[in-house]
Design a binder for this molecule. Sequence first.
Ligand code: CAA
Length: 398
Amino acid sequence: MPPDTPIGIHDLAFRTTSLALTHSELARHTGANIAKYHQGIGQYAMSIPAADEDIVTMAAEACTAVLERHGSERLRTLILATETGVDQAKAAGVYVHSLLGLPPQIRVVELKQACYGATAALQFAAALVRQAPDEHVLVVASDIARYDLNSPGEATQGAAAAALLIGAHPAVAALDRISGLHTHDVMDFWRPTYRTTALVDGRKSLDAYLEALEGAWLDHQKRGGLPLQSLHTVCYHQPFTRMANKAHRHLLRLAPTSTRAPDSTALAATTHYNRTVGNSYTASLYLALASLLDHTAGLDDADVGLFSYGSGCVAEFLTARITPGYQQHLRTEEHSAALSARRRVGYDEYRQLHDQSLPTDGSTLHIPGASRNAYRLAGIDAHRRIYCRTVQPTIAPA
Ligand code: CAA
């Protein structure tokens, strides 16, 4: 393969849960001024999983969309990135592989590093494609952000899965080979294996995010990455959408004073989905990219920055060049339909779902059908998760 063959995102689809809680409803119970949610953190609603939805069902939804369009003939690898793992040994992607009826000749693995995992998966996928340019790699980022009730993090929950098909000559965006990295050991946000909700030091997490942005950006520039003024905009990891504004202000302070800043309308275009989905952890950056593409015409050949931050922490700054004709390959209507299909829940139902737990003693649980989506967690039997399909798939056979 010629060394300059473009490799990158051939398709991008996201899906979310069946339910949503608005921040107006949350504010009625927390007593917060709604302006704190709408203006202060830039959030309007958050996706809430129904009792029979989890990262596997969301991932299967997102992957189905991609495979219905492209088939599975060229697929040899499926990487599921998550920090909401359902098993400490078995990769959640194996359940997805089974639900999708994929052929056995596929390697499946799970990756974790907080919200950064999907970007590592993207880079590993690009390296696999460089090695075997006829193959596709399916990367799926799937997460549920859950914090304790009445904690500061509660307003920044959410859930979504983003599936990215990685291949040579991509229809949507080609990845630049230069990227900037930053890793340091910090306890800003973490979730010990015995907990279902994350622990977070809010203030420290904001500082760690900005410090990691600085480190990754400076490394990117040192390695000859594109300067800020060449970028149409930057898609940031968005734990809440106002974080993108904070990050962008910080990045501008690091750029030479002569730098013409990317315009703020472009930054706003990256936030449409995350403001009503909430934090989807490792999927969040790719919802920001989908939002930009779905809401912006004329990006042919534009360079876009991508900043990926995973608490703990690992960060990467990379850029992607949008492929001419990308608009013919988007899923704008599907994305909007996935969001508007969610049923709004009241605070009591949200609270009940938040408190729900699955058996840990080997007992059997049948979960009544609640999801409006095509895949559901039907129950737990002798420590086994039982998934099922509620709608027959139309994926092209291998
Ligand atoms: N009108 C307008 N704005 C208001 C307001 C009002 N009435 N009341 C408050 N605000 C503003 C505040 O001024 C503040 O804005 P600035 O930061 O620009 O000053 C904003 O609303 C939030 O207010 P507080 O800081 O008082 O909010 P808080 O203490 O409740 O916590 C938080 C905010 C720390 C983000 C908390 O939601 C949290 O801990 N979230 C989880 C952690 C997180 O998302 N960290 C982000 C970086 S880590 C990361 O990115 C990884 C990841 O995904 C978790």
